[in-house]
Design a protein around this ligand. Structure first.
Ligand SMILES: O=C([C@H](O)CO)[C@H](O)[C@H](O)COP(=O)(O)O
Length: 430
């Protein structure tokens, strides 16, 4: 039977115990004290998990790089049945860890996270006596689109050890991993950030067991990164994205004119001056469906956009308009289905002189915007996501969104925000 290991990558022990209970109820076999939990709570996390689940295998994800014997001993004596060390550690560390594992009657899992040639390292590890290897793509690399299935595919049919797979797995990709030979699927955030942990664990269990029962399975429908970016940005908020960008990227002094309307799209940039509306209007013709016109006007007291331009933009199915400047004809714009974000609304407009340019780097709301950058704008504000980082930021903002959903769930269950987040414990030490 394929095993499901729930990875408790949370820092609060109380939350970890609650999540573990629900995950086990949903079908998880092994319970992992994740590295963040171990760093936060030490071996107490392993002890408490073993106390709570005496019949379950507890894995301590130590990510050991040195002093393997001591770390394996520590985890084993605390109740771990499996201890995870890093495959990047020296062979002597692996050998010492294996000796300690045998001495204390526990299994050793060796994690191939960030290994350049996983197939070659797996062979070396098997020669050292390792019999459980984790094909793992870490959280940060996942944000750049890397998948453990790609690594698993390179490993070939068998490397002579049992194979665990970890790294952003969900029911469909867990199923793929089993189809590709995985013996253990390790699932963290899909389960731990779910607002219904038991159901999430059960979805993985059903997917995995379905393969064992020979259920038909197609390959995972691979969305393009662009499709994933749009799907995520349409779901998360500008606040989530700002958090994912460590509070970078948010415009100032520009806000929505029509509350409740959201923009997600790629920027067509325009630089113009003092209300000159020639380039802004010409830019409409250069937009594709779903693009966002982003304008720097340099003067917030003379309009360079109004009702006629808005109607033209709607005809072109443009996603929205963001203006570091003024617009006018609110009465007309209200009739059209175009989200508009601006710095000011005035009745006076400039002339079509043709100064400025289209699709150059501009500053809008204090933020640099380049053609093709992603713009996400909602009632909380406007964030600019550089096109070259868009996939990573989308995935990170999805993580933020998932975590907030989980915290909200606990607040809805009656806990206070400060207790859920253990604020007093994590305040900067005085
Ligand atoms: O080991 C892990 C990661 O390095 C954080 O410690 C995770 O447990 C592992 O990646 C599984 O978690 P997800 O990737 O969130 O499924």
């Amino acid at each position: 039977m394929v095993l499901i290991q729930v990875a408790l990558d949370v820092v609060e022990l109380d939350r970890a115990l609650v999540i573990a209970k629900e995950a086990v109820a949903g079908g998880a076999d092994w319970v992992e004290a994740g590295t963040p939990l171990i760093k936060s709570e030490g071996m107490n996390a392993v002890r408490k998990l073993k106390e709570a689940f005496p019949d379950k295998t507890i894995l301590a994800d130590m990510k050991t790089m040195d002093a393997g014997a001591i770390e394996v001993e520590m985890a084993a004596k605390s109740g771990a049945g499996v201890v995870a060390v890093l495959g990047r550690a020296d062979d002597i560390v692996i050998s010492e860890s294996l000796l300690a594992a045998k001495k204390y009657g526990v299994q050793l899992m060796v994690d191939l996270i960030s290994i350049d040639d996983p197939a070659a390292r797996a062979e070396e590890l098997v020669r050292l006596g390792v019999d459980l290897i984790n094909i793992h793509v870490g959280i940060d690399r996942q944000m750049t689109g890397k998948s453990p299935l790609e690594v698993l595919a390179k490993l070939g049919s068998s490397c002579g050890a049992k194979i665990a797979v970890a790294g952003g797995l969900k029911p469909d990709t867990a199923k793929e991993a089993v189809l590709m030979g995985a013996d253990i699927v390790i699932v963290g955030s899909y389960i731990t950030n779910s607002d219904h942990v038991e159901n999430a664990a059960r979805a993985v269990r059903t997917a995995v067991d379905g393969v064992a029962a020979g259920s038909k399975t197609g390959t995972v429908g691979k969305k393009t990164q662009e499709e994933e970016i749009f799907e995520i940005f349409n779901r998360v908020s500008s606040s989530n994205i700002s958090d994912a960008m460590h509070r970078k990227g948010a415009m100032s002094g520009v806000s929505t004119l029509f509350p409740g309307r959201k923009i997600v799209g790629r920027a067509v940039t325009v630089r113009t001056f003092g209300g000159d509306w020639a380039k802004p209007v010409e830019a409409i013709d250069m937009c594709g469906k779903g693009d966002v016109i982003v304008i720097y006007n340099g003067d917030r007291n003379i309009a360079m956009w109004g009702g006629l331009a808005t109607k033209t933009a709607v005809n072109k199915k443009i996603a929205g308009l963001v203006v570091d400047g003024a617009v006018r004809d609110m009465d007309e714009m209200k009739k059209y289905d175009l989200p508009v974000f601006a710095a000011n609304v005035v009745p006076n407009a400039g002339d079509p002189k043709g100064l400025g340019e289209i699709n150059c780097e501009i500053k809008c709301g204090g933020q640099l915007v380049n053609p093709g950058d992603f713009i996400v704008a909602d009632d909380s504000g406007i964030v600019v996501v550089p096109k070259e980082k868009a996939y990573e930021i989308a995935r990170r903002s999805e993580e933020v969104w998932n975590k907030e959903k989980r915290i909200l769930d606990e607040i809805e269950r009656g806990q206070s925000m400060s207790s859920v987040l253990e604020l007093l414990k994590w305040e900067k030490q005085k």
